[in-house]
Every structure is written in C-alpha cells, then in structure tokens.
Ligand binder design. Sequence first.
Ligand SMILES: [Zn+2]
Ligand SMILES: [Zn+2]
Length: 331
Amino acid sequence: MVQVIEWVNPGEDEIIWRYPNEVIKWGAQLIVHEYEVAVFMRDGKIYDVLGPGRHTLTTQNLPLLYKLVGGSNSPFKATVIFVSMKQFQGRYGGETQTRELAPIKYYGVYWFKVADPVLFITEVVGGQSLYDAQDVTKFIRAYFNEGMMKHLSTYSIVDLFQNLDMVSTQVKVKLMEDFRRLGLELVDVKIEGVNTTDEWRQRLFWLMQTGNAQAVMQMDTVKQVAAELGKSPGAGMGTGMVLVPQLFQQPAQPAQPVQQAPAQPYAAPPAPQQAAPAQTGQQEICPYCGKPIPPGARFCPYCGHEIKRCPNGHIVPEGAKFCPVCGAKIE
Ligand SMILES: [Zn+2]
Ligand SMILES: [Zn+2]
C-alpha cells in the first residue's frame, strides 16, 4: 500500500501539524494543499521543503535528506511538519504599566501569517520543541502579549489615552519587527481598548488640564489636586506643591523672587478676577478659566468657553479622542 502523507482537515486555528509516522518510504505520496508547505526535519534540523502539490517522494525532490540517508531504497526516519500559510486572527489582552507606573489594561485583535516557514519552524517549532498546533498558537499569543506589554510600558498615560492612534501605529511597527524574527508576518494589530484605574483616570484628567505632569504625579491623591486647583483657580502649581497665589494677583509687576517661593520658575496663567469659593469634591471646574461651573453646564458662565463632554457627561479636554475619566470615544 502506498503511504499517503497529508494534513487532513486542518483545524481553523491550527498553524502546524506533524505527520504522526516518522518512518517515511520512498515513493510515498505527499499531498500539500494550497497555502501549505511540508517541511522535512530530522534530529531538529530542517532538510527539504515542499510546496503545494501532489509529490511522489523521490531522491530528487528530497535531495538533502537523500544525501543524509544514502542511496538505499529502505524507509528512512524523518519528521514531516505541515505549516499553514493562511492568515490567522488572534485576540490579546493584558495588563502592564505606563512609564509613570500607572496600571493599564488593554485588549484587541491581531492578524498574522507565516512568512518564512523555515525560519518559523527553526525559531518556534524546533526552538521551543512545540510540535502541537495548540502549543504553537499559545506560544504566539504569549509572545505577542509579551511584546505588547513591553512596548506599551514605554509610553506615558497621556499618550495612551489621548494619542492612542499614534501609539497603535508605533507599537504595531515594533511588534511587526518582533514577529519577523520568528518568520511570521504580523499583518495588522488593532488596539480596541485601554483602561486604567479610577484614580489614574482622574489624575490623567488633571494632568491634561494643567499640563503639569510632575505636580500631578507628586500629589498624593487626585482629590488633593482638585482641591488645590479649586482654591486658586487658574493658578499653576509650582514645584513641591506650594501654591503662591499672590504672584498671580499682581500680574502687572514682573515676578519678583519671593521668599520661600518655589525655586523653579513656572508659567503664570492669566490672573483670576476673583477667588472662587472652596470646592466640594463633586464641584465641576471650568478647565479654561478654573472657576466652578454648574453641574452639567454646556458653557462656562464666567469665560463663556464651551465645555466639551463625553457621552457620559464627563468634562473632556478639547481635541481629546477618548474621555480621560471613562474612556468613552468622543465623536
Ligand atoms: Zn470658564
Ligand atoms: Zn466620560
């Protein structure tokens, strides 16, 4: 009986399949379907590779193995691994930290395919001793996730929430390079969502409003940031969290060094016309003039600026693509 070597009914997520019989006879029929390659290995080394078609195994189409096993017609030992060259979709999700150590969660989809079967077998299958389709799939997913965590952690939380498109593109390029080293082509990556804790979402909001990352990061709590901003509307924050409102109340005079003032200079925003009342925790503040505004206001009654809101009613900075509080997309 003629030996038939064929990958029958590959599963939807199966990237590789190993022919279970390692004893191969010359004259065997090798059937390689479209979008498949058959790789002949022995002792972890790749010998011959055959593309789609129906092949009768001869000393001609397996020249490297033939050289190894010699001229006899007796069966020889080899591992046949089929590799699917189709495109696969994978889902990912994980947790990492931003550059400021803000915890973030992310998830999305990616698409990949084998680009170089020999490199892929060498790096993934042979290198990791994974001969099972599921193990290979798992390995790729873990590898992708690891890369995602590594690359995302080099960004700031503001970039992740405000420039997600840019971050996606840059991370995609880096991951594509990672994948190429495995003989894989990463066709596309989509980051569907990024999230962080409530505390960090609020901190992010203040970060984007004040632009003073150092100050916001040094505040113990977000409520403290809000309270300090509320006490002195429009005031920037100096190093070490010391607010010096008197500097801003005399805008006509050049800023003189004030005793015990913060050592580092900072930009002084326009002086407020009047001090705002002390803020309660829930009070909304106009991000443009710093004054308290009625809950849900669409325009600031003090400066007239339009207050942009996300679908859930949170105040969002101008130009933001995502709400810094709830992550909702801004249309
Ligand atoms: Zn205002
Ligand atoms: Zn929101």
